[in-house]
Design a protein around this ligand. Structure first.
Ligand SMILES: Cc1ncc(COP(=O)(O)O)c(C=O)c1O
Length: 472
């Protein structure tokens, strides 16, 4: 502990650590711009590195969301806390254009672990997250191809909620529109469970013999029939997260990479949710390499969420062949954030040394195989998707019609909380009938869960589902 200079330790404790009183809560609820803040107040981890969190009303809840898929190493991981503390004694901020020891070490480490053709690539870091990382990717594409500024994006995709990236994302219930709506060429994502051509597949799935990858044909047409010229970049989540935990089949990504190459379009993977071990590999694109021996790695990749195990960070990684950005083309005040970079570097070391992605793969397989068995008994479990701890359960009213069952998801979240487990939910999708569908439950706990915690998740899922069905 360093000697304090201006305040006493108790004075700082009072501001940060001491329990809340009811008056503070009331004032905040009344005065602040938090109209959507949920009723529950979360205090923090039950113990450092735990998969449980404490609430203000004294409960301990098993977290299947890792708080927006961020706490990969558990809530408040002690090694990460130590890394931040140590770095905070060296520097918490510098001008973004200086190199610093932590920036050099992180850049070198990322260059070493990036997948496929990105290996040895360059990185840019920010302290804001995925939306900003994608804007950096777009700027990079524009610098590398001055012929345009349009990008291909996909249905059910999500790329952030700042005013530009909102336009790249599936439309969400907001009372305003994105800026730059002319930037996007939106096309089909290969959502095999709801394929409009009625074929089945997906990662590890068996492709229907009659599947002609019509979805890929749609992408080709969107580009070749595009009146305003060829788009310069293609932004895709290789495994869609917010849109419903939907891994793209290998044939689709391999074909997409080929189309992009042929048309000089930079392929940009948004691995906000899938990066850093979540799917059971360090990066999602590695799945396709290891299972199918296909290098589908992109020209640019963006990362955030669990990258720094709970500290805000966004990363843009680019192929070393690309023309780089100047100081002003890639600028924000906090784009060389030492605390986040220290946390990210230490987190990578932990993932590698402790084989955490392998653990995510193992525990994820246990959960998905449990859910698939349960779907034999409970037909409302329409589809179970992975890989790793990137799990989606799609609820349907009837397995034949596959009609989405949004009410069941809502009950699951609500009753789950009462049962001591917090499940995640896919984003709302506007249906053609004019209402929102939200029927995909997410199980994405910290990647460090052990066998007994996995068993507990399965047990609580089954109990909650039976309680939810009984309550409808
Ligand atoms: C796939 C994906 N891309 C981009 C983003 C945007 O990241 P941020 O909220 O940090 O801007 C998110 C956030 O949920 C995401 O899930």
């Amino acid at each position: 502990m360093v000697d304090l200079k201006y305040l006493k330790k108790e004075e700082i404790d009072r501001l940060i650590k001491n329990p809340l009183n009811e008056e503070e809560i009331l004032i905040c609820r009344k005065n602040h711009l938090l109209t959507n803040a949920r009723e529950h107040i979360i205090i923090g981890s039950t113990e450092p590195g735990s998969i449980y969190f404490k609430t203000h009303d004294g409960r301990e809840i098993l977290d299947c969301t890792s708080q927006a898929w961020v706490y990969n190493l558990g809530h408040n991981n002690p090694d990460i806390s130590y890394a931040i503390q140590l770095q905070s004694q060296i520097a918490t901020h510098t001008w973004s254009y200086f190199l610093t020891p932590i920036r050099i070490r992180l850049a070198n480490k990322l260059a070493e672990i990036l997948p496929g053709q990105l290996k040895g690539g360059r990185i840019s870091v920010n302290n804001s997250g995925g939306g900003w990382a994608l804007e950096c990717a777009m700027r990079l594409a524009m610098v590398n191809n001055k012929k345009g500024d349009q990008f291909i994006v996909f249905r059910r995709g999500y790329h952030g909620s700042n005013l530009v990236m909102m336009g790249a994302s599936q439309r969400l219930p907001m009372r305003f529109s994105a800026l730059g709506r002319e930037l996007w060429v939106r096309t089909f994502y290969p959502y095999c469970y709801r394929c409009p051509w009625h074929y089945k597949g997906g990662l590890g799935g068996v492709r229907d013999k009659s599947c002609n990858l019509e979805c890929l044909e749609m992408v080709r047409e969107s580009i070749e029939m595009y009146p305003a010229g060829t788009p310069i970049g293609c932004i895709i989540e290789p495994m869609q997260g917010p849109g419903g935990q939907i891994p793209a089949p290998v044939e689709f990504l391999a074909g997409l990479k080929e189309i992009c190459k042929k048309n000089k379009i930079l392929l940009i993977y948004d691995e906000a949710q899938t990066g850093f071990g979540r799917t059971g590999k360090m990066f999602a694109s590695e799945w396709y390499n290891s299972v199918y021996n296909k290098d589908v790695s992109p020209d640019i990749m963006t990362l955030t969420k669990g990258a720094a195990a709970g500290v805000p960070i966004g990363i843009t990684a680019a192929h070393s062949k690309l023309r780089t950005l100047t100081e002003f083309e890639d600028h924000s005040t906090f784009s060389s954030p030492p605390l986040a970079m220290a946390a990210c570097l230490v987190s990578i070391e932990i993932l590698q040394k402790n084989k955490i992605p392998e653990n995510a793969d193992k525990q994820g397989r246990k959960i998905t195989s449990f859910l698939k068995d349960l779907s034999e008994e409970i037909p409302q479990i329409g589809d179970v998707r992975g890989p790793g701890l990137f799990i989606g359960v799609e609820f349907v009213k009837d397995p034949e019609t596959r009609e989405p069952y949004s009410d069941l998801l809502e009950k699951m979240i609500h009753i789950g909380w009462k049962n001591g487990i917090f499940f995640g939910e896919g984003m709302q999708i506007m249906s053609t009938a004019g209402y929102y569908i939200q029927n995909i439950l997410k199980i994405k706990p910290p990647l460090i869960i052990n066998d007994s915690e996995t068993d507990r998740i399965c047990e609580l899922f089954e109990k909650t589902l039976k309680d939810a069905l009984n309550s409808i």
